[in-house]
Design a protein around this ligand. Sequence first.
Ligand code: F2R
Ligand code: MG
Ligand code: MG
Ligand code: MG
Length: 314
Amino acid sequence: DALIWTRRVRGCLLGGALGDALGAPFEGHSTVTAQEIQAWIDADEPLTWTDDTALQLALATYLAELGHPDDFDEDQLALRFAHTWDAEPDRGYGANPPKIFRDVLAGSSWKQASVSSFDGAGSLGNGGAMRVAPVATLPLSAPEIAAIARRSAAITHAHPQGQDGAALVAVAARCAFTSADVHAQTHTVLAQCTDQLQTPEMRRALDAVSLSMRLAEPGEVARLTGSGIAAREAAPAAIAAFLRHPADPVAAIMFAIAMGGDTDTVAAMAGSLAGAYAGENSLPEKMLHRLERRHHIVHLADRLATRTWPRRSS
Ligand code: F2R
Ligand code: MG
Ligand code: MG
Ligand code: MG
């Protein structure tokens, strides 16, 4: 019902922010020990999030204000992203998005800047995927969610892999929001995701997730999926962490951080997915009380949940 829906939307936004903030100190480390992670989990310091959450909240705010999914407009979203970056440019953004945001604030089109980046290849980084989970709250079918996810990513990520990463995480989040039992439905979740992918690279990356399901160690899983800044590594790594601990966001986040690599981003996506599945009540209060702007995130989640309820079921 509507209350459960609200708890899931809160869980998604809070879980993403927690994963980002918990993973941030380890970003770029090739190995992270269980003791290092546990010490940081048990610490008392504030949990400060990065660009991943700043843009995820910007997207959630945009969707909460959207009249109807058909009104989705990349120009408006690009402007919101650009203002979000401009207000706090030191959140640890990737190399390329700020170049696009600068152009947008100067009145130029995001499209030209996005398409011409990386010598015309477009970005295949994970920035489109890391912010996309709120798209899955829209009361739409999986193909429709994937299409909006791609459009939200294209503003900064013109490369097909960058957009496929966003489609993958959004469809996985839709499964998380709607599945009754992810443990029993792992293969269904992966199949629904695969159906919405367009690049052979991302399909292969998702095959690696299937293969990795028999592995217990985060390092072993990361050797199969990768866990780096490319969307084709980070998005599947996050799905792998989520599928291991769908009902326990903190465990999914810890697994993601232990994979090493782009730890804030993989943990943010894993936290969003597990939070969407397990809901707000699965997040420990002792961690939430450390989280930056926690009450703002809850308030935003409530606005988004109201806007997106009732969901269409199929
Ligand atoms: N920027 C960071 N982290 C780097 C800071 C280092 C860290 N402090 C450390 O400890 O080492 N984090 C945030 O950025 C990532 C998301 O990036 P996004 O938004 O996708 O940016 P960008 O610039 O588009 O892509 C990221 C990098 O990927 C490589 N790349 C992308 N497309 C490429 C292409 N077509 N060819 C070659 N390389 C490509 C480039 O190196 C880009 O800079 C998240 O981790 C977020 O947390
Ligand atoms: Mg970051
Ligand atoms: Mg327009
Ligand atoms: Mg990162």
